[in-house]
Design a protein around this ligand. Structure first.
Ligand code: 0RA
Length: 647
């Protein structure tokens, strides 16, 4: 067997299960069969290619979306082994592609790091594809095998000679399994950009054969980062004003755990931590994030105390104050990660806390010693944060105490529903008092509450925290919803135990001003009530744009295409007694119309707000609502053709 010399032998593969299990319960292996699951297939393949990069063998990963929504991933790694697997008497390639859990994760020594959350192997992708073709360039030869629903359609075949090495996988997701088969360019591109920052030195490209540019070439994009996470923080902080000249960058390795951290202070008031374990975003943080925070608190406290910088303060500086306006990316590579938490998005390995804390602590201490000017700036900002937090807390307590004193504490502007069951209750946040009045008449008061909001609510991206709690509209929101912010070990947490409605519906005009107001409200939810968004309680109402009338027949249309269809169905051109009314605002509808089209659960369209990609959402919010104008203009120019920004 020709694989003898390499450190891998085909026999290391442990045969586990057949692929029928995957087709029977796909959700168990890839999470879901919606578009999320569809995209998951791509990352399963790419994970393997990245592992080749981490093992020092691959420098390029090129992805193509074909016209029929099949995907090709090409890497220049070692190539999947093709030698004979003695126990199974099959080519290793066939074993990797058709036996569950076999792909790449045979034994711990073959790979330093293997995909954490994904890591179910390319065989899963094979099982869930109507067609898959693997091409391997290895040891001077080209090999091929094709499959259908995971079953080989031929023996592994040698089809030519090659002086290259690597693996090419083409697959078409199975329509019997997935609800949607359409790939989203931006979803793939965003993750590839992230992967390029997380794996410096790796070239990634994406080509979309479904779309042509003006010059006739296919739409495509490429990512490459030399500076890694240092460039990542600069990218996510594009719209914020930096406080220090360059990001602080930490790299270290201890006990086979690799640590890379980059941090930048900016003039904003929010903390942004992006954390990753083996390239996978850990949304719920975990031991690596704890280690990072511990080091930041420890080192900055000591530095400020040693230099007498906190001596005049009348209150304690909390951990949160050290991280206000801090954007950081914490990435660790751990050989055997353990994930826990609701969505398995939290790292559990205890040993990692100390390793990250030591690495970051040491690097930060050095940094503070060597950069006295920047260090002083940071500490001054921390003192400002502590002072502001002190003021915010007082403002918050005032608001919350007042509610207790005035009995129910519900805002006067709220027209509440009769039901007290949050599960069936809805609240409509309506732009302006007049539309609020119409909504109040039109609603079903049994389960629908109305809270009118004054025109443009405060832009929280630009305001100091205590100003936010003093704002009338925002106070009303907190009390109407029944949620409050509490201090827990010096951290702010949103208490939603007493949430009064499980549907919070933002209802604004379908015009430019209306979408601006939606964005302002969403920014507020994203920054101050994120758990409500994460748990799926926030929705956007979609009022119709047109009413088409012919005699006594009235039909609503939500876009131009629908309007045309309706007109055609009514028997032709507008000129024959058919009339179209364009609704510019909610105010132009009467109560019955608003109920029929926008509020009636049987008829209405609600868009649920989800945080598909938390990092990208954060960047977009800070760009749309923050200080810096050029990135905002660029964003609006490039996205102008999409009328709605779907968060
Ligand atoms: C099994 C073993 C080795 C590599 C791979 C699988 C592998 C899988 C994929 C999937 C896409 N690209 C890939 N590249 C490699 C180790 C090979 C060795 O030790 O020579």
């Amino acid at each position: 067997m020709s694989d003898k010399k390499s450190n891998y032998s085909a026999n290391n593969i442990q045969a586990l299960e057949g692929l029928e299990a995957v087709r029977k319960r796909p959700g168990m292996y890839i999470g879901s069969t919606d578009t999320k699951g569809l995209h998951h297939l791509v990352w399963e393949v790419v994970d393997n290619s990245i592992d080749e990069h981490l093992a020092g063998h691959a420098s390029h990963i090129d992805m193509t979306i074909h016209e029929d929504n099949s995907i090709t991933v090409v890497d220049n790694g070692r190539g999947i082994p093709t030698g004979m697997h003695e126990k199974l008497q099959k080519s290793a390639l066939e074993v990797v592609m058709t036996v569950l859990h076999a792909g790449g994760k045979f034994d711990k020594d073959t790979y330093k790091v293997s995909g954490g959350l994904h890591g179910v192997g390319v065989s899963c992708v094979n099982a869930l594809s109507s067609y898959l073709r693997a091409e391997v360039h290895r040891e001077g030869k080209i090999y091929e095998q094709t499959y259908s629903q995971g079953k080989p359609q031929m023996e592994v075949k040698m089809i030519g000679e090659s002086d290259k090495h690597g693996t090419t996988i083409t697959f078409k997701p199975d329509g019997e399994i997935f609800d949607s088969l359409i790939y989203n360019f931006d979803t793939l591109a965003n993750r590839m950009r992230e992967l390029s920052y997380l794996n410096s030195g790796l070239h990634l490209s994406l080509t979309d054969e479904r779309e042509k540019e003006e010059d006739g070439s296919f739409k495509s994009t490429a990512f490459y980062s030399e500076g890694g996470l240092k460039e990542f923080v600069t990218y996510v902080d594009e719209s914020r004003t930096p406080l220090i000249s360059t990001p602080i960058h930490v790299t270290a390795k201890e006990d086979n755990v690799e640590v890379e951290v980059a941090m930048q202070y900016n003039t904003s008031f929010t903390e942004n931590i992006y954390s990753f374990v083996n390239n996978i975003n850990t949304r719920e943080g975990g031991t690596h994030v704890s280690g990072f925070r511990r080091a930041v608190n420890r080192v900055f406290s000591k530095y400020a105390e040693d230099n007498g910088m906190f001596s005049k303060l009348k209150f304690k500086v909390s951990g949160e104050d050290f991280r206000e306006g801090l954007t950081s990316v914490v990435s660790v590579k751990v050989p055997e990660p353990q994930f826990k938490g609701q969505t398995k998005g939290e790292l559990g390995n205890q040993e990692v806390t100390g390793i990250v804390s030591r690495a970051v602590g040491e690097a930060l201490s050095h940094y503070l010693e060597e950069n006295p000017k920047d260090s002083k700036r940071i500490v001054e900002k921390v003192i400002l944060a502590a002072t502001a937090r002190h003021a915010a807390r007082k403002a918050r307590e005032m608001v919350q105490r007042k509610n207790v004193l005035t009995g129910t504490g519900l805002p006067g502007k709220l027209s509440d529903c009769s039901s007290k069951d949050p599960g069936e209750s809805e609240i409509f946040l309506v732009e302006g008092d007049s539309a609020g009045g119409t909504a109040k008449q039109g609603r079903d008061r049994a389960f629908q509450a109305i809270l009118p909001l004054r025109g443009k609510i405060l832009n929280v991206e630009k305001a100091m925290e205590h100003k936010i709690y003093e704002n009338e509209e925002i106070k009303n929101l907190f009390t109407a919803l029944g949620v409050s912010i509490e201090d827990k070990d010096g951290e702010r947490v949103l208490n939603i135990e007493k949430l009064r409605y499980h549907k919070i519906v933002i209802m604004c005009d379908a015009d430019v001003d209306g979408s601006h107001i939606v964005t302002l409200i969403l920014t507020f939810f994203f920054r101050y009530m994120k758990p409500l968004v994460e748990q799926g309680f926030v929705y956007i109402a979609a009022p119709p744009l047109y009413l088409v009338k012919k005699g006594n027949t009235k039909v609503y249309a939500w876009n131009e295409e629908e309007r045309q269809d309706i007109i055609n169905n009514m028997g032709g051109a507008e000129a024959t007694g058919i009339k179209t009314q364009r609704y510019k605002g909610l105010g132009e509808m009467n109560a019955d119309q608003l109920w029929e089209t926008t509020m009636d659960p049987e008829e209405r369209i609600l868009r649920q707000v989800t945080i598909e990609d938390s990092n990208e959402s954060d960047r977009i919010f800070s760009m749309l609502m923050g200080d810096e104008v050029p990135p905002r203009r660029r964003f609006i120019e490039t996205n102008a053709k999409y009328a709605n920004i779907d968060v």
